[in-house]
Design a protein around this ligand. Sequence first.
Ligand code: FO1
Length: 330
Amino acid sequence: MSAHTSADQVLALCGGIGGAKLALGLYRVLGPGRLTVLVNTGDDFEHLGLAISPDLDTVLYTLGGLADPERGWGRAQETWQCMEALRQLGGETWFQLGDRDLAMHVERSGWLRRGQTLSAFAARAARQFGIDAHILPMTDAPVRTIVETDEGALPFQHYFVRRRCEPVVRAIRFARAAEAAAPQSFIDLVAGDSLRAIVICPSNPYLSVDPILAVPGIAAALATARAPVVAVSPIIGGQAVKGPTAKIMVELGLAVTNESIAGHYRSLIDGLVVDEADGADAARLDVPTLAVPTLMRDLADRERLAGDILAFAATLVQSSAPMRAGGRRR
Ligand code: FO1
């Protein structure tokens, strides 16, 4: 592979808030036209008659410079008049849709109703926001994450927002994944020689990355990719940076460690990035490991982490293709 000459593209797999932060760091470090983001759509649902794609929108708003910096989801300078009016009418307000954000859902819903695809909508929204990166939904098919809990099966947003991740998770499944197809542009990108790295962002492996890997063809394409595949652990010091990752790991009977994360991605990755606080883990892990600051408080953190990941991936280029050619690396 002519890694240092023509391979200038990077593919990132991500869910919502945490993943989008790193995607922005990669976008800024790489510059225009060099990043493809394959985004989880298992969280999508129909709500108030509208097609909602939370992670896709989080990535679009984040890369477009429109995201609310505190919440991480939705738009900055948001107002909530519609939700207030809905509350007055006795409508459903457990899932907060801001006035500006509503425009996205209204426009997407009309687009899908007219028979256009989610990926075409995402590409158009990215263009409209001035984003020079490919933002790809993991599939155009309606794959839906279902969380099996002690309260029964809950659609993702009902578990995550309505029930605030309180029910105990027994299993997670991805309804209709078997019928879904991976984007052809993703397959072509991974099979070609323009990729310098594939990055699995520090999104929740079970809720946000697994739905992407459940789409037929995606995991297989990653496992045979020539470009090095690097995952960033969402665990720091035995805790999740944000969200329910650690709680879910405990409920699924997993130790909240980088070993569990490395084990989860074992057949796919050539390297794991852990936080500097977990540097001692490197010796125990059976995958090349880089320990650097992974907490992304500001833009400088995101860019620094992106640069560290790309430099690490470059060190893995020599070994990745031949070692994974036999199937498993380890
Ligand atoms: N998260 C919440 O915790 N509460 C909400 O009311 C909420 C609304 C919402 C609206 C649009 C959107 O794009 C995202 C929204 N999110 C909300 C975030 C979302 O539920 C999750 O962050 C992701 O699905 C998990 O990645």
